[in-house]
Design a protein around this ligand. Structure first.
Ligand SMILES: Cc1cc2nc3c(=O)[nH]c(=O)nc-3n(C[C@H](O)[C@H](O)[C@H](O)COP(=O)(O)OP(=O)(O)OC[C@H]3O[C@@H](n4cnc5c(N)ncnc54)[C@H](O)[C@@H]3O)c2cc1C
Length: 459
């Protein structure tokens, strides 16, 4: 590694060591490129350190704590179950650290030069880090991610915190108000309710308003059961260190106010004006299907290039960008990006289940599934959308383990599978995955474990 003023020459300089950036760096190294990775904070980026992994770690702990205390129906009663928030935080931080170390190990194993510091473009062929390293690159890749959006009057500070801080508390707040209605607001609100906070979610219109109403109804009913109050049609007006006042004049306790109103692309400090990279009106970097920006030598991936802002999309784009930098003719042409909301119950979606011309939608309820009855998780379903030629176009799963089950649907849609392909594939019993098979069978008029009404006789 060359330090000081002598520029180091690399085939690919990656800016940002999050899931988009480090995946691209590893793929590029596999293809024989010399790679430098510049990260100003922690390897693994937001996903591993502040967002996906920490939130799912805490959701698991909250679920476990809640289940332990509510298992009487299974004949289990536990008295004195207690939570140690400091230990919980220790575990959550330890998980991120292990994964961060894992990324560092993979980088060094692949002979990727990792530079700590923030990168700034000097021009379309050179960048500099805050630690004084200059890199001359054949290609650069911007993978700088996103940052939490701010609500006017509720800027971060004091008891107003963002998702990162909400996932790093070493105590359980007595009262928590979550401003926001998307999946992050629902995940954080639900997990703290299970840990014992009195949670209120403030939604301008409704929670998860862009999602299927049937699925959202189940999530909202469960939130109500857990004591989460969802207030719609209001905006936050003012606050003190312990309370919040709403636009309708109501005031409520708020030890902590979590602002979770979305993510905005992060390009601060890159000095993109020194390059030909262009952004759209929302600040996302413009890219083509090969992840090339408007500057021939510079590529970009992940949250910084637009929706959906999801880790698995960033990783896929990272692979494409690396292959393009290595001269391959790769392109980001995936038909769908599956999405999971780790709510209770989980919602997972691949493709579209919107009714449309030539599209039919079938629904199989979990109440008809042996596994769901056994585990008392009957409130859920699988919806499957298919076209006139019976090609699967979309699947929505509302169920425990939906997060893993949706991969089958994603594969089916990518491969152009038909209803028969799914229905005739043997799914192991007794599992939640059978619900996907059952939905396909139902669509074909040959559902076994749910009575869809009298079907015409089949030859
Ligand atoms: C609470 C929460 C939960 C989430 N859960 C999920 C989930 O379950 N599943 C999912 O798919 N997605 C989830 N997401 C979204 C996911 O976190 C992002 O889509 C993903 O992290 C984007 O990856 P990225 O590589 O584009 O950016 P990031 O992971 O944000 O990484 C960008 C990196 O670039 C670095 N950087 C920025 N500027 C510079 C610079 N100038 N020089 C050097 N380094 C720089 C940053 O320090 C950062 O490490 C969640 C988001 C939130 C907020």
């Amino acid at each position: 590694m060359v330090m000081g003023s002598l520029p180091e020459q690399v085939d690919l300089a990656v800016i940002g060591g999050g899931v988009g950036g480090y995946v691209a760096a590893i793929r590029a190294a596999q293809l024989g490129l010399s790679v430098a990775l510049v990260e100003k904070d922690k390897l693994g980026g937001h996903c591993l350190n502040y967002a996906c992994i920490p939130s799912k770690t805490l959701i698991h702990i909250a679920d476990l704590f809640h289940e332990i205390r509510h298992a009487e129906k299974f004949g289990i009663s536990v008295s004195g179950a207690a939570l140690d928030p400091k230990k919980m935080l220790e575990w959550r931080m330890g998980v991120s650290k292990k994964l961060e170390n894992g990324v560092a190990f993979l980088c060094s194993s692949n002979q990727i030069d990792v530079f700590n510091g923030a990168a700034t473009f000097l021009d379309s062929g050179r960048l500099q880090t805050t630690r004084g390293v200059t890199l001359e690159f054949k290609h650069a890749l911007i993978a700088t991610g996103s940052e939490p959006a701010v609500v006017k009057g509720f800027e971060f500070g004091g008891n107003v915190i963002d998702y990162k801080q909400a996932l790093m508390l070493d105590y359980i707040p007595k009262s928590m108000v979550v401003i926001g209605a998307g999946y992050v607001a629902v995940e954080i609100g639900t997990l703290y309710a299970k840990l014992g906070s009195k949670v209120t979610v403030l939604a301008r219109s409704d929670v998860l308003s862009h999602f299927d109403k049937d699925a959202v109804a189940l999530v909202k009913a469960r939130m109500a059961e857990l004591g989460v109050t969802v207030i719609t049609g209001v905006t936050p007006a003012s606050r003190t260190q312990t309370s919040i006042t709403l636009s309708d004049g109501r005031t409520m306790d708020a030890d902590v106010i979590v602002v979770a109103v979305g993510l905005v692309p992060y390009t601060d400090g890159l000095e993109l004006h020194n390059t030909k990279v262009e952004m759209d009106e929302k600040g996302f970097i413009k890219v083509d299907r090969q992840m090339r920006t408007t500057d021939q030598k510079i590529l970009a991936v992940g949250d910084v290039v637009g929706e959906p802002m999801l880790a698995h999309k960033a990783m896929r784009q990272g692979v494409i960008a690396a292959e393009v930098a290595a001269g391959q003719n790769s392109a980001y042409e995936n038909r769908i990006v599956p999405a999971v909301i780790f709510s209770d119950p989980e919602i997972a979606i691949a493709g579209s289940i919107e009714p449309a011309d030539g599209i039919s939608v079938t629904k199989f309820p979990l109440s008809a599934l042996g596994r769901a009855v056994a585990l008392d998780s009957r409130k859920g379903f699988v919806k499957m959308a298919y076209d006139q030629d019976k090609f699967v176009q979309g699947v929505e799963i509302v169920s425990p383990e939906a997060n893993s089950m949706i991969a089958e649907a994603a594969l089916a849609i990518e491969m152009g599978a038909t209803l028969e392909d799914i229905a005739d594939t043997i799914h192991p019993h007794p599992t939640y995955s059978e619900a996907v098979q059952e939905a396909a069978e139902g669509a074909l008029g040959r559902g076994i474990h749910f009575f869809y009404g009298k079907q015409p006789k089949q030859a």
